[in-house]
Design a protein around this ligand. Structure first.
Ligand SMILES: C[S@@+](CC[C@H](N)C(=O)[O-])C[C@H]1O[C@@H](n2cnc3c(N)ncnc32)[C@H](O)[C@@H]1O
Length: 194
């Protein structure tokens, strides 16, 4: 995520410094009190006995439910395809965060409508019990990460930019996000979502 304060780039360093002090993590519990994007918890997921992720914000709960709590390999492709085929609707995001429906321009009108449609569809699937909790959080995390990629901000959501920046003009497309379904995930190939 575009995120001021993310420790993603420092995660290897933080992990090795912690291990210098406490030794191998295999039999230890790692507790991330300000988990945010979950970047640090992810670095310990495969190697510690347990990861506890804590954060006051709900976005963080969604991301950590997916990245930390989920160990199930999910068949997600048909759902991602269906979300990408969904027609946009004028919902909450469009009415509050897009210039067409409000005085703000956090997203292009088109992307705001698509975020609304995708969000509502994911909730409908959950209500109808068509998807389980792991898939639900995977899809929500995918929406969060991909919506963030087309947000018209300078990385924080305290303010939007006056003109739609280049990346915000691109159409929202829900891409498969990095997921760490398994404790056996190969961390040597760990790369930043972009
Ligand atoms: C700089 S970010 C965390 C960065 C995180 N390590 C990462 O790499 O993404 C700080 C986080 O602390 C959380 N936070 C701030 N005050 C908090 C509190 N009183 N209790 C729990 N979380 C809090 C914020 O919601 C935010 O997600």
């Amino acid at each position: 995520m575009n995120y001021i304060g993310s420790k993603f780039k420092l995660s290897k360093f933080i992990k090795s410094e912690i291990e210098k002090v406490v030794g191998q993590m295999k039999d230890k519990v790692f507790c991330d009190l300000f988990a945010g994007t979950g970047a640090i918890g992810r670095a310990f997921k495969t190697e510690s006995k347990k990861v506890i992720a804590n954060d006051i914000e709900f976005y963080s709960y969604i991301l950590n439910q997916n990245y930390i709590n989920n160990n199930e390999k999910i068949n997600y492709q048909q759902y991602i395809d269906e979300l990408n085929d969904t027609q946009g609707i004028e919902g909450f995001v469009y009415k509050n965060y897009c210039i067409g429906g409000s005085e703000r321009q956090y997203f292009s009108d088109e992307n705001g409508k698509r975020i609304d449609a995708v969000r509502q569809k994911i909730e409908l699937w959950r209500t109808k019990k068509e998807i389980n909790e792991n898939l639900y959080y995977f899809l929500l995390a995918s929406l969060l990460e991909n919506a963030d990629a087309v947000a018209n901000t300078a990385s924080v959501y305290g303010a939007f930019l006056k003109h739609l920046k280049k990346s915000a003009q691109k159409n929202l497309f829900i891409l498969f996000i990095l997921s760490f379904f398994s404790n056996n995930f190969d961390w040597t190939n760990f790369k930043k979502f972009s």
